[in-house]
Design a protein. Structure first.
Length: 290
């Protein structure tokens, strides 16, 4: 697919009516963060905000709620039960299920830790959630040894692994993944009925028998936090009613385009995730969005 074509599709998908309101652009719920990892939560939320989401709620371990209220002016926060280590507790399942009913899309995983109880919570959410779901980072790590849960989902699921995360979940050698990126992404997408965003140079988006090889982005994205911004963009597009495969495809394109525009001014060496947030408006403008 050419840049001209995908830009045209993005512009059409994000066109806004003059008489619209915030509820028209998605109620996005993000479950992210743990002690030492509040930045992941913030970057995910800000990625969603900069991509047009109407309303965003961040579910956060209760001891971190005040920090995030200070950090995120435009995002609502919801303190949830936590473990002794300050991560999400399994006791958060009931309030989360109530929260999910009031939202259009759920993103889970950035910076939530690899605490065993937190992993249990993630798996319980995957099995019960009925709204579109984006699973990233530690949410993906929660699936190690439990990949069969993906086949039991009740909604559309997008996973966003880098090759090592993919290897851990599906027990495939990293070198093999890199040699056959498209074929392997398609194979596991079809097997579990999910959308796979296999990150890396020329990110692959796979859905059943359909795939997209991204043509934007650069090595400046190889820094912690870049993927959190991508998760926020995907969740935002889902909330705005874009179909899951297209939401993932458009998100990786826009994310990479923002990185390319930023690198022109700041170099790939100096690129940091917050630069992506700064350059997202320019990326959307390059697509003709108003």
């Amino acid at each position: 697919m050419s840049s001209k074509t995908i830009k045209k599709e993005i512009r059409a998908s994000l066109k806004r009516k003059a008489d619209s309101h915030k509820g028209d652009y998605g109620r996005v719920l993000i479950i992210a963060g743990s002690p030492g990892m509040t930045g992941a939560a913030a970057l995910t939320c800000l990625g969603a905000l900069r991509s047009g989401a109407g309303l965003i709620t961040l579910g956060i371990p209760k001891s971190l709620n005040f920090i995030m209220e200070e950090k995120l002016t435009e995002v609502m926060t919801y303190p949830l039960p936590q473990t002794r280590e300050g991560t999400f507790s399994l006791r958060a399942i009931k309030p989360l299920q109530l929260l999910i009913k009031r939202h259009d899309v759920l993103a889970i995983g950035p910076g939530i830790s690899q605490n065993a109880e937190t992993k249990q919570l993630v798996r319980a959410i995957i099995k019960t959630t009925s709204i579109p779901l984006v699973i990233d980072a530690d949410g993906i790590n929660s699936l190690v040894g439990h990949s069969e849960i993906l086949a039991k989902k009740k909604s559309s699921v997008i996973i966003t692994p880098h090759p090592r995360e993919f290897s851990r979940i599906f027990k495939v050698n990293v070198n093999e993944i890199q040699r056959q990126r498209k074929n392997i992404a398609l194979r596991y997408s079809l097997k579990y009925g999910i959308i796979v965003v296999l990150k890396g140079h020329k990110t692959i988006v796979a859905h059943g028998k359909s795939s997209f090889c991204n043509i934007t982005g650069n090595a400046g994205l190889a820094t912690g936090g870049s993927g959190d911004v991508l998760t926020g963009i995907i969740a935002s597009f889902l909330g705005q009613g874009i179909k899951p495969y297209l939401a993932a495809k458009y998100a990786v394109y826009i994310h990479g385009l923002a990185a390319d525009l930023a690198a022109r001014d700041k170099t790939q060496v100096s690129l940091i995730p917050s630069d992506l947030l700064e350059y997202l408006p320019r990326a959307f403008k390059a697509c003709g969005c108003r």
